[in-house]
Design a protein around this ligand. Structure first.
Ligand code: ADP
Ligand code: MG
Ligand code: MG
Length: 883
């Protein structure tokens, strides 16, 4: 096998396509060499050696030593130096480099090959003693801390002490003799800490560094990082050994880093910094303040230190032309590292640069406009999930924040408002047009209307999948959850913070993207939906096959979703409409009535309200498809709980309190999620489904009169497991449709379908499709029922599952393709076989999750439906899935 790949002098044995074998850094060094760019010669020991190393008890393949010697000799010939040589010593950098850039791996060792003798040769050869001893002390410091595990603080202490004694401020003040003194102390320190003298033999140094790189693949930091980023341990790391070039060779030498475009704004302008007379680590170490690369940046920063453009104009020109070439070659923004040795420019690294969501968007759109990439490629360059950051107001990074607490970044975006502690107060203040932040220990389904009315939600308990977090994300409302550092007193309506008491009406700001709770008002930046964002979305829409609908029941949500590009409503949950205002009283009346007549009476009160809701929704959706789900939740969610609520219902119904309490008792269920809910309600109480169907059809007729465009309402029956259930309910819906047509004289089309959310329905989908005209996969319930896990109770143990590696991902966040996904596939196929034109969609939370959307595309669904704020994410993800 070939274990070592060389590069240098305009040639390379590898290229950028050998990333798996050579690691990212090695592959790109080879590629730059192949392009004829100035790269110090060197070689890469492959990731295969790393595998071999671990498969053989940390030993090396037999031929490796000879291969490395040959490669070293070739590097030496190329630069006219010899490793360990007594006249012109070759010095090396040894760098790790995995496939994916990976912090936690071994740090780079520079100046390897120096010892008490080669340092004298280096001084003579360079004609610069100070440079040689500076390099030697750097080497001892780096090698000892990285390879020999001596705490680097010890070296810093010695260095600081030396400078203080000598009365210097900067490292650059140190003379050759000063460094020699430091080196003596460094060597003594190493001997004291490791029990052995600092290794003098260059080849021992080299193999020590190589072993340290490979061993670092399995250190705790690297293992944790891999777990967090799903990087397989089997990939291994490569080792890059390269001739040193010296940025610390006086004032015509320098070292720096640059991005070919601004990584935080995306602006097309070289962005970076450098230091004169320095080596790599100095720039990041912050010992000296780095200088700007371009004159323009220097003027903007007001720095009095010259830019590279001014200081070394020829080098700067060459550097910018190389940056342009690299960007054009890789067709992406690059992050490069370079060194100037005595006026000669050397490139040390290039890779695609990390960037903010905003920069990613701008760079993708700009590069497509420049003709560097195609619009489809631009679409694939932006991470759909990152759009979340762009769709919400954000806190102006320039503003000052008085942070009073920190919780979890549960739902992104920032919001400012007055503190309220109850949903009632939230609704009341919002009606007056005053923005509010709802503060609770935790939220429950009864808080929905208050959450809707609030600009932001703050809880002191609960995690990322708590009720508050899930609902807030669905609404696109910023939320900070689990802010444990503050205490809420619901009775006194105060918040105890480490820096004092806050009370109702005080103004706070939440940053749902960082989890910060901030006192007072902060300047906000509004999201930009046109411009680059609009352009990218246009390209995405042209590329995608699946439609994107929204889950919405309020006019505000429906409008927001339309502005985000929703192509219809995939799920309108009618029960949410019954929580509003006084409707809940009529709803409770209906539930608590003990006979059909009583129910019909209450339903008659609900009908006009429900109808007007639908008219409004149909108006907003102007002819786009709207799927309306019949009443679904277990009735207990509507029951009165407080004495006040019970009294209210008693009065409305004209019954005694104890009778009502008895009725509430009777409705108690042990396991309501698997209880009397979904189509089971419509079968027990057909009059409910009939009222809802009537409201839908009458609204369709009325809305058509107003807007001219007739919706085709899609009536969805929830929680069907048996064809006969659907048959029963559909017969009622059809009968109502007939009646409404007869009464109004209008003709209209409508569809009746079902949610597939029980395993039985998925397995019997063929027979259900004889009746159902569409399927909508309700993957929230389908996940609950397939796993037999209650979503509301899963947070604690699913976290444990993830920590212990039992599952990789929360199946409520990303669809479980093997299990739940298999049921979706079975049902889709059976449905299509039985009814070729059946409409298939998904309306669970997964409809807004990019990896689940990819699965939906592969399964051939017609549309995904998600909460309004996720619509752009879904549009982009659907496009990427079909490109
Ligand atoms: P990282 O992955 O942390 O960026 P690198 O392997 O790129 O680590 O090395 C860090 C720095 O070391 C580089 O930016 C560069 O300044 C310096 N360096 C690496 N190789 C050489 C070399 N051959 N000559 C001079 N400096 C080098
Ligand atoms: Mg590193
Ligand atoms: Mg680097």
């Amino acid at each position: 096998a070939k274990w070592v790949y060389g590069f240098g002098d305009g040639k390379a044995e590898g290229s950028a396509s050998d990333r798996n074998l050579l690691g990212g850094k090695g592959a790109n060094l080879a590629e730059m060499c192949g392009l004829g760019l100035p790269v110090p010669p060197g070689f890469t020991i492959t990731t295969e050696v790393c595998k071999w190393f671990y498969d053989h008890g940390k030993a090396y393949p037999e031929t490796l030593e000879a291969d490395v010697d040959a490669a070293l000799a070739s590097v030496g010939r190329s630069v006219g130096r010899e490793f360990g040589g007594q006249e012109k010593p070759l010095l090396l950098s040894v760098r790790s480099g995995a496939r994916a850039s990976m912090p936690g791996m071994m740090d780079t060792v520079l100046n390897l090959g120096l010892n008490d003798e080669t340092v004298i040769a280096l001084a003579k050869d360079a004609g610069d003693e100070r440079f040689a001893y500076d390099s030697y002390r750097r080497f001892i410091q780096m090698y000892s801390s990285v390879v020999l595990d001596v705490d680097h603080e010890h070296f810093e202490e010695i260095l600081e002490d030396a400078k203080a004694t000598l009365g210097y401020e900067l490292d650059t003040d140190m003379t050759a003799a000063d460094w020699q003194g430091v080196i003596t102390r460094f060597k003594a320190l190493v001997e004291q800490e490791t029990g052995a003298p600092f290794p003098q033999e260059p080849s021992d140094q080299l193999w020590g560094a190589i072993g340290a790189v490979f061993s670092s693949w399995m250190n705790a930091r690297a293992i944790t990082y891999r777990q967090l980023h799903n990087i397989p341990a089997a990939w291994g790391t490569a080792v890059n050994v390269q001739a040193m070039v010296f940025g610390n060779l006086g004032n015509t030498s320098a070292t720096g880093v640059a991005f070919t475009r601004n990584p935080s704004t995306g602006e097309k302008r070289l962005y970076g910094e450098f230091l004169v007379n320095a080596q790599g680590e100095d720039v990041v170490a912050g010992i000296r303040t780095p200088q700007d690369l371009t004159e323009q940046a220097r003027i903007e920063s007001g720095s009095d230190k010259p830019s590279l453009e001014k200081l070394m104009p020829d080098t700067f020109r060459e550097f910018t032309s190389i940056c342009d070439r690299l960007e054009a070659h890789y067709r992406d923004m690059q992050d490069v590292e370079f060194t100037v040795e005595s006026g000669k420019l050397w490139m040390l690294q290039t890779r695609s640069g990390k960037r903010t969501a905003k920069a990613a968007l701008k760079i993708a759109v700009d590069m497509a406009a420049e003709g560097v990439i195609t619009p489809n490629e631009a679409v694939c360059r932006v991470d759909p999930a990152s759009l979340d950051q762009l769709l919400h107001p954000t806190i102006d990074p320039g503003s000052t924040r008085d942070v009073i607490a920190k919780g979890l970044p549960a739902s992104p975006g920032a919001a400012t408002g007055e503190i309220v502690f109850t949903s009632e107060d939230a609704v009341a203040k919002a009606k007056e047009g005053r923005p509010v932040i709802l503060v609770r220990i935790e939220t429950s389904p009864e808080d929905i209307h208050g959450m809707h009315a609030s600009e932001g939600i703050l809880t002191t308990r609960g995690g990322m999948t708590s009720h508050a977090a899930v609902v807030a994300r669905g609404m696109g409302t910023p939320c900070v959850s689990g802010a444990g550092g503050i205490r809420v007193d619901m009775k006194a309506e105060t918040i105890q913070t480490p820096s004092g008491l806050l009370k109702k009406g005080d103004v706070i700001t939440l940053d749902g993207s960082t989890g910060q709770v901030i006192r007072g008002k902060v300047t906000m930046l509004q999201p930009e939906l046109s411009g680059d964002f609009g352009k990218l979305m246009e390209w995405a829409d042209a590329a995608r096959r699946m439609k994107v609908r929204t889950n919405a029941e309020t006019p505000a949500d429906a409008k927001a979703a339309r502005s985000f590009g929703a192509e219809g409503i995939g799920l309108c949950r009618t029960e949410h409409m019954f929580f509003e205002g006084k409707r809940i009283v009529a709803m409770r009346e209906m539930i608590l009535a003990d006979n059909e007549a009583g129910r019909r009476e209450a339903l008659a009160k609900l009908l006009p309200m429900q109808r007007s809701d639908f008219v409004e929704l149909f108006d907003i959706m102007a002819g786009l498809p709207v799927t309306i789900r019949l009443l679904d939740p277990p009735l207990h969610e509507f029951l009165p709980k407080t004495d006040e609520e019970i009294a209210e219902v008693c009065e409305a119904m004209g019954v005694a309190e104890d009778l009502l309490r008895e009725r509430v008792e009777a409705l108690h269920e042990f396991n309501p999620m698997l209880g009397h809910r979904g189509c089971r309600l419509a079968i027990s109480y057909p009059e409910i489904a009939e009222m809802q169907a009537r409201a839908i059809f009458e609204a369709a007729v009325e809305a058509a009169g107003k807007a001219g465009e007739m919706v085709v309402p899609e009536v969805m029956v929830p929680l069907v497991g048996l064809k006969s259930e659907l048959d029963f309910v559909k017969a009622r819906i059809d009968a109502v449709a007939e009646e409404v047509m007869a009464e109004t004289g209008a003709r209209f089309d409508y569809l009746v379908g079902t949610m597939i959310e029980l395993p039985r329905a998925a397995i019997r989908a063929g027979s259900i499709a004889e009746t159902a005209e569409f399927f909508s996969f309700g993957t929230n319930d389908l996940t609950q029922t397939t796993f037999g896990i209650s979503r509301d109770d899963a947070a604690t143990f699913l976290q444990t599952y993830q920590q212990k590696g039992i599952i990789e991902q929360d199946p409520f966040v990303s669809i479980d393709i093997d299990g739940v996904g298999a049921l979706v596939e079975i049902a889709s196929k059976a449905g299509r076989d039985r009814r070729p034109d059946i409409k298939l969609g998904i309306c669970g939370e997964h409809g807004g999750d990019p990896s689940s959307i990819t699965f939906c595309e592969e399964t051939g669904l017609d549309y995904v439906s998600c909460s309004p704020f996720r619509v752009p994410i879904a549009r982009l993800a659907a496009a990427q899935a079909s490109i």
